[in-house]
Design a protein around this ligand. Structure first.
Ligand code: AMP
Ligand code: ZN
Ligand code: FE
Ligand code: FE
Length: 286
C-alpha cells in the first residue's frame, strides 16, 4: 500500500487539475491519495468524478481533505483536515473567510512587488491562479514570468515573498486550537502539516503541539521534504509522548515544486486509524 496524504491541485496552488492529479496518483503507483488544497474543497467533485471514471482494474482511493492556514501567536502554521463534512456551516464559513482574505492580501502583495520594481499585475496573478484559492506561489509564478526571479522557490526569500519578506503581507489565519475543534466538529480528522518546516519561517513550540493534542489533534506529519532527520526524530518522540499518530506525505504541487507524488508515504495502519476517526465523509473509490 502506497499512501500519500497531502497533495495540491489547481483548486489552490498546485498545477494539476483535480482530474490530472488523480491520473498522476495512478501513474505514481499510489493506492491512496488525499486532495488537500489550501482553505478550499473546490477540487473534491472533479477528483471524485475522475476516481469513479478510472478503468476497471485501476484502484485508487481518494481522501477528500483541505490544508488550513492557521496562526499560533504570530507563527503561521498549516493544519491538514481529512474526511470532514464539507457542508458543516461553521467550518465552511471559516474556510470562506480565509479564501476571501486571500484576494485582499494577494492584491496588496502585488502592489508591494510593483513598488519594489517587479512588473507584475493582479490580472496576471488572477490568470495564473484561475479559479484557485489565491496564494503566494501564484505570485511567485508571476515573478518568474516577469523575469524577476528564476524559480518559484527563489521568490520565497526575504527580498520577496518569504514570511516577513519585503513583499509579504499577512492574511487572515485561524487560531489552530479553534481550527482543530472546527475540524472535529465537522466529523473530520486534523493533522499538523510539516510542524518542523524551519525553512519557511519560525515553527511552533512543543507546548503548542501539546495544546493542539489536548484539543483533538490526531497526528503529526513527520516524513515531509522540509524536515531533516533530527527534526523527524524529535517529532516522532513528541508524537509518542502526546499519544499522536505520525504520517508521511509529499505535499505535491505539480510543476510548482520539485517534490514527486509518493515521495513520502504514510503507514497503512496509521491510515486505517485516521479513517476510523472520521465521521464527516468516507474515502472515495478503491
Ligand atoms: P500562502 O498560502 O499564500 O501563505 O503561501 C504559502 C505557500 O507557499 C505554502 O503552502 C508553500 O506551498 C509555499 N511556500 C512557503 N514557503 C516556501 C518556501 N520557502 N519555498 C517554496 N515554497 C514555499
Ligand atoms: Zn501550497
Ligand atoms: Fe503547507
Ligand atoms: Fe501543502
Amino acid at each position: 500500500m502506497r499512501i500519500d496524504l497531502h497533495a495540491h491541485s489547481n483548486a489552490s496552488d498546485g498545477t494539476d487539475s483535480p482530474a490530472e492529479l488523480v491520473a498522476a496518483a495512478v501513474g505514481a503507483g499510489l493506492d491512496v491519495v488525499a486532495l488537500t488544497d489550501h482553505d478550499t474543497v473546490a477540487g473534491h467533485t472533479e477528483a471524485a468524478d475522475a476516481v469513479h471514471a478510472l478503468p476497471a482494474g485501476t484502484r485508487l482511493t481518494l481522501v477528500p481533505g483541505a490544508e488550513l492556514s492557521c496562526v499560533a501567536g504570530d507563527i503561521s502554521m498549516h493544519l491538514l483536515a481529512y474526511l470532514f463534512d464539507p457542508a458543516e456551516p461553521a467550518f465552511a464559513a471559516e474556510r470562506e473567510l480565509v479564501r476571501t482574505d486571500r484576494f485582499r492580501r494577494g492584491r496588496a502583495i502585488v502592489e508591494r512587488c510593483r513598488e519594489l520594481g517587479a512588473d507584475i499585475s493582479w490580472e496576471q496573478v488572477r490568470r495564473i491562479a484561475g479559479e484557485g484559492s489565491v496564494g503566494r506561489p501564484h505570485i511567485a509564478s508571476a515573478l518568474v514570468e516577469a523575469g524577476v526571479v528564476a524559480s518559484v522557490s527563489d521568490a520565497f526569500t526575504a527580498d520577496w515573498l518569504a514570511n516577513g519578506g519585503r513583499a509579504d503581507v499577512r492574511k487572515h489565519e485561524t487560531d489552530p486550537v479553534t481550527a482543530v475543534r472546527l475540524v472535529r466538529a465537522a466529523g473530520g480528522v486534523p493533522v499538523f502539516a510539516h510542524p518542523g518546516a524551519v525553512k519557511r519561517g519560525r515553527t511552533v513550540s512543543d507546548q503548542v503541539v501539546a495544546d493542539l493534542a489536548a484539543a483533538g489533534l490526531a497526528a503529526l506529519e513527520v516524513d515531509h521534504i522540509d524536515h531533516d532527520e533530527p527534526t523527524r526524530a524529535h517529532l516522532r518522540g513528541l508524537a509518542a509522548e502526546l499519544g499522536l499518530l505520525t504520517t508521511g506525505s509529499s505535499d505535491y504541487h505539480g510543476s510548482r515544486k520539485t517534490v514527486r507524488l509518493g515521495e513520502h508515504t504514510t503507514d497503512p495502519q496509521v491510515y486505517e486509524a485516521l479513517v476510523d476517526q472520521a465521521t464527516g465523509a468516507k474515502p472515495i473509490g478503491g
